[in-house]
Structure formats: C-alpha cells, structure tokens
Ligand binder design. Structure first.
Ligand code: IMP
Length: 200
C-alpha cells in the first residue's frame, strides 16, 4: 500500500482529494494523521506554485514520503491580480470574508462588467522522496459581482460570478463546484500526472 501525505489541515480538501485521486493500493494521510500539524512552514514564495512546492517539499524532506500540497487564491484583474497569493491574509488573516468581499466590491465601484474579470487559481505540487517535484495548475474564470450572493462554499465564493452558470460559486452545490473549480481541475491534472508515474 502506497501512502501519500497531504500537507493540509483542512478536512474538506482531504475529502475532495480522496474523491478525485483515490486509486487501488493508495492511502492518503493528513498532517494530523501523521502528527505533523505543528510543523512550521514558511510560505514565502512569490507564486502559487512556489508556495505549493515549499509546503510539499518541507514535509517530504521531513518524512521521506511522497507529499501533495496546494496553494490557491483569487486574482482580480482590475486590482492587478490582487489579492492573489495573499488571498487568505488579505486585510488581515482574522478579518471576516464579509469585510474582505465588500472591500473588493467597493474598490470596483463603477467598473463595468468587461473590466471585472477575475479567476480562482489552484496550484498543486507533488514532492517525491528522491527530490523531484511536479506541479499542475487549475483555473476557473469569472467576474466580480456587485453584491454578495449565495450561502455555499467559503471565502470569496459569494462575489465570484461565473457567467456560464449565471450565478456565483456560492450558489453552486458542492458537487457542481467541484466539477468546474480551480481545485477540481488541478486535482484531475494531478491524477493524470500520478498515472504517468504509475502511482494511481
Ligand atoms: P489556501 O490555498 O487554502 O491557503 O486558500 C487561500 C485563500 O484563497 C482562501 O483562504 C480563500 O480566501 C481563497 N480561496 C481559494 N479557493 C477558494 C474558493 O474556492 N472559493 C473562495 N475562496 C477561495
């Protein structure tokens, strides 16, 4: 049985990863399962990929195991790509998303639809014990809405409007969102990479 450690403390992410990547003879362990939840990881990369690699490599070097890690965020074109890699820390780590979301809406006041383009980006890295690392990226394109809408999801979902669905990602069911989301797409790409490696 092969084990892959997933460098996350988020159970929702663990479930999604298990659903998409689960194969014969493979198990997924979270940082908590491995008693590694207190390991300090300095995410000082300048891209989503760099931060995902830092997390995966740190845990792989420590354990000698194969490790997956992701990094994600929202890029708003009108704000030059902000909040980007700082999405979780935007306006302060403990600031509510009601405040973060309404701040972004206020920065885009009067900005027309075609200039409200934005995307959720997810980079996933897999670090191997031999020092190799592979990364994949998934993206979902959308626009910043004019008000918060929807109760599902988390974070910036209530202001992320997807024209092809005619609603925000907070108005999609979890199943609908997983099929089209940045993380869902990146996980599918990672599955293909792990297939090439003969792991899944
Ligand atoms: P992390 O990759 O888990 O650190 O997530 C970074 C941050 O990006 C989150 O805290 C959210 O603010 C934002 N984010 C990432 N993915 C999503 C999403 O699917 N919906 C809403 N916000 C997201």
């Amino acid at each position: 049985m092969k084990k892959i450690i997933v460098a996350t403390g988020n159970e929702g992410k663990m479930d999604e990863i298990r659903q998409i990547l689960q194969g014969e003879g493979i198990t997924f362990a979270s940082l908590k399962d491995e008693n590694l939840q207190d390991v300090e990881i300095v995410e000082d990369g300048t891209t989503f990929e760099e931060n995902a690699i830092i997390k995966a490599r740190t845990i792989s070097d420590l354990t000698g195991q194969m490790v997956l890690a992701d990094d994600s965020g929202l890029e708003v074109d009108y704000l030059n790509g902000e909040p980007g890699i700082y999405s979780a820390r935007y306006l302060g780590e403990d600031t509510s998303y009601r405040i973060k979301n309404n701040h972004i809406i206020s920065l885009l006041e009067g900005v027309p639809d075609e200039q409200r383009t934005a995307r959720f980006v997810c980079a996933i890295a897999c670090a191997f014990p031999d020092g190799r690392t592979i990364t994949v990226r998934g993206v979902i394109e959308g626009r910043i809405g004019y008000e918060e809408k929807g109760e599902n999801g988390f974070g910036y979902d209530p202001i992320f409007y997807v024209p092809e669905f005619g609603c925000t990602t907070a108005e999609l069911t979890p199943e609908q969102k997983n099929k089209v989301s940045h993380r869902g797409k990146a996980l599918t790409k990672m599955y293909q990479e792990l297939q090439k490696e003969g792991i899944v």
